[in-house]
Design a binder for this molecule. Sequence first.
Ligand SMILES: *[C@@H]1O[C@H](CO)[C@@H](O)[C@H](O)[C@H]1NC(C)=O
Length: 154
Amino acid sequence: MMMMMMMTMGKSNSMVSTRSSFVILFVMALIILCQPYEAQGIFEKYHVNITNDLGVGYVLKVHCKSKNDDLGWKLLDNGKFYEWSFHMNFLHTTLFFCKMEWSDIHSGSFVVFDANRDMVRCDTVCFWSARQDGLYGYSDVHTQKTDYYFKWSS
Ligand SMILES: *[C@@H]1O[C@H](CO)[C@@H](O)[C@H](O)[C@H]1NC(C)=O
């Protein structure tokens, strides 16, 4: 598709009217808009970092997804963290949510990255700490001041 457009543009370069240049620009913009966000290297990169702070002997199970990605189940031992990165999509609608489980009885499903909520809050990394009384979200690893707190739903 891209190749064909390049060839067309090259061949008739001198004859391209302003109007058809606009058409070509419009088509290119459409192609960029339709790319999945992973391919858009030009958009800002964010990280999500989830740490198991449940205590000795507690394993945290995490399953994170977005519309385009299923990151699969991860098992985190106490004190371990899980981090991934992604690029913001063109329309700033990037959203990741995670299902978490621990100790067979506690679980919850949480939005760990929402462009509207976190684009400014998380400079580059959104940190989450899973503790026995809930999930704590903060954006500054040094102060660990809690911005968000969610209880386990069971
Ligand atoms: C993830 O967060 C933990 C703190 O909860 C930190 O120790 C670790 O270095 C972070 N990982 C990365 C890759 O920044």
